[in-house]
Design a protein around this ligand. Structure first.
Ligand code: ATP
Ligand code: MG
Length: 282
């Protein structure tokens, strides 16, 4: 009995060591979260990662949504197969050098959902960090499923030294209420809130180019003030965000002059200020 206990302890320690070793090679870790589903976390994560990669940083993007892994679709790499050796799993690479890991690469049966209890999800997420050959990264961007369930909790526990969370919200009152929960959740887990992003904020009319305030605007900024956290920016509702996502190219790559792409780049500037990579503009 004693022997078995010893073996288990040893295995845990070896796993921990791999996790710590991998995390030590990653300078910044950014966790993208929201209280409510469908507000644009995956879109925001994909555009942050792509923008940072295009700026010359080495970047990894971890899709931590076990039940609804959408990131590979946003880069049209969902049919990719993972390879690896005794040193670990090789993430899928999107040019120029963005490394992506997702449950979607492991589960190919899209019609049957992954039905997993907490401990299995915890094990998978741990492997996604410890057993993947991320190498030396400037940034690891983690896209979470909505809410405060197993995945956000596990990621917060696996990466306690993360730079912090980017909380995505939309301007409707319900979404804002939920974003308050996300801020509270980050704080309870001692994760810094890098800031709030208000997505789907105003609609750019494709005909006249003027902005229509579909769901009001400014709620995210107010929530940021109330919580005393930075406001990272407003991203307009832009049909091109959907079409470019469906075509496998984040909007900042597909149409860098579009209002949404310009807004995303400003948001990334603000994130870089928050993690100390850029000086705040006067
Ligand atoms: N600024 C935007 N303009 C237009 N469409 C958008 C915008 N942001 C996101 N979308 C669209 O909204 C849908 C939901 O976005 P996304 O999948 O990123 O949300 P999510 O918060 O990750 O959802 P989930 O909670 O299910 O993980 C997608 O079809 C996406 O293309
Ligand atoms: Mg998502």
């Amino acid at each position: 009995m004693q022997g078995i206990d010893k073996i288990e302890v040893k295995t845990v320690q070896k796993e921990d060591l791999k996790l710590i070793k991998n995390l030590m090679r990653i300078k910044h870790k950014i966790i993208v979260t929201s209280g409510k589903g469908g507000v644009g976390k995956s879109t925001v994560s994909a555009n942050i990662a792509m923008s940072l990669s295009m700026r010359g940083y080495t970047v990894g993007l971890l899709d931590a949504d076990i039940h609804g892994p959408n990131i590979p679709k946003m880069f049209k790499i969902e049919d990719e197969v993972l390879h690896g050796d005794e040193d670990g799993i090789i993430p899928v690479i999107v040019p120029p050098s963005l490394k992506i890991m997702s449950m979607a690469f492991l589960i190919k049966d899209v019609d049957n959902p992954v039905i997993w209890r907490g401990p299995m999800k915890i094990g998978a997420l741990r492997q996604f960090i410890a057993d993947v050959r991320w190498g030396d990264l400037d940034f690891l961007v983690v896209d979470l499923p909505p809410g405060t369930g197993d995945e956000p909790l596990t990621i917060a526990q696996l990466i306690p030294e993360a730079d912090g969370t980017v909380v995505v919200t939309t301007p409707q009152d319900m979404a804002l209420l939920n974003s308050r929960k996300s801020v509270g959740f980050s704080r309870q887990l001692k994760l810094k809130v890098l800031g709030i992003v208000e997505n789907m904020s105003g609609l750019i009319c494709p005909h006249c180019g003027k902005e229509i305030d579909l769901f009001k605007v400014g709620g995210g900024e107010k929530a940021a003030k109330d919580f005393d956290v930075p406001f990272l920016g407003r991203i307009p509702l832009d049909p091109k965000v959907v079409s470019s996502g469906d075509d496998g190219l984040p909007i900042i790559r597909a149409d860098s002059d579009s209002p949404a792409a310009v807004a995303f780049e400003k948001m990334v500037d603000n994130i870089l200020v928050q993690v100390g990579e850029l000086e705040e503009k006067a």
